[in-house]
Unconditional design. Structure first.
Length: 286
């Protein structure tokens, strides 16, 4: 999932889509353009719901036309710099037809703490932009209310530091894993600052309700969350020039909590990511 709304965001950039251009909302998440509101509903630290060996395969489409495939793979539990972590990797690859016009293979790898579910290290490798074919690699590490970013684009390299709120410390993959382990009554919300490539986004997700959804795996009970995100500037305040990225996500309402559908609003229409297959992992994963 590319532009952010977290994972659904990753979807939008697969086709180079821009988000639907709207100003910051007047709701509770963003009080006004450039504001730095006090957020509630910070994520609760908990072990990640990610089992080594899990594999999720998705179809990414726009107006019914298949653009790409997206995969989420949970790797082994290991240690990184003294922290117990589980490795989660997601990847977006354009279909053969779309690759004739714009081949894309973007890979996002996370080392997620097995104690509190937060991102210890995040590494992204992707095309720099829709107008720049160079490969851009970003490494992000989170500690003490800030994210250190090391960005390499072609022969260029630079380091930056990003301030985040106390409920930060998540990346594209770890936030999706966090949502798998979070449940609430309709209307409940959760806030987080989330790293996606070289930018950090302030994201709010709200529980919409519970229903059934027809999927490739059958008619499944699901929980629906709606979310929105705005980009932050380096001092941790909201970028007044940021578009609002809106998305929805449906997860199975069962013990596995598998994301079965994601939808991102763009100026080209709704980009959807639908689960095609799911392989469970080891029961001892958490």
């Amino acid at each position: 999932m590319r532009t952010l709304g977290v994972t659904a965001a990753a979807v939008a950039a697969v086709c180079g889509c821009k988000p639907l251009p709207v100003g910051p909302p007047s709701g509770t998440m963003v009080a006004s353009a450039g504001a730095n509101p006090v957020l509630g509903g910070g994520p609760v630290a908990r072990p990640p719901l990610a089992a080594p060996g899990e594999l999720m395969l998705y179809r990414v489409s726009l107006h019914g036309f298949e653009l790409a495939e997206y995969s989420i793979t949970v790797g082994d539990a290991t240690t990184l710099e003294g922290s117990d972590v589980v490795v989660v990797q997601s990847a977006a690859r354009t279909t053969k037809v779309v690759a004739w016009f714009k081949p894309i293979e973007d890979i996002f790898t996370s080392w997620i703490s097995r104690n509190d579910g937060r991102s210890v290290r995040f590494l992204s490798s992707e095309r720099a932009s829709k107008d720049d074919d160079r490969k851009e690699t970003t490494e992000a590490r989170t500690a003490a209310g800030q994210v250190t970013l090391q960005v390499t684009r072609g022969d260029e390299r630079y380091d930056e530091t990003q301030v985040i709120a106390g409920h930060g410390g998540h990346d594209l993959n770890s936030f999706l894993i966090l949502l798998r382990g979070w449940e609430g009554e309709p209307g409940a919300h959760l806030d987080a600052d989330v790293v996606r490539s070289r930018f950090v986004w302030r994201v709010r997700v709200k529980v919409i309700g519970y229903d059934n959804l027809s999927t490739a795996l059958g008619n499944l009970p699901v929980a629906r969350y709606d979310g929105e995100g705005v980009r932050l500037v380096r001092d941790g305040t909201i970028d007044p020039a940021s578009d609002v990225r809106r998305f929805s996500i449906w997860l199975t309402d069962d013990a596995d909590r598998v994301p079965v559908k994601l939808l991102a609003k763009t100026d080209y229409g709704d980009v959807t990511m639908e689960l095609l297959s799911y392989r469970p992992g080891e029961a001892t994963a958490q």
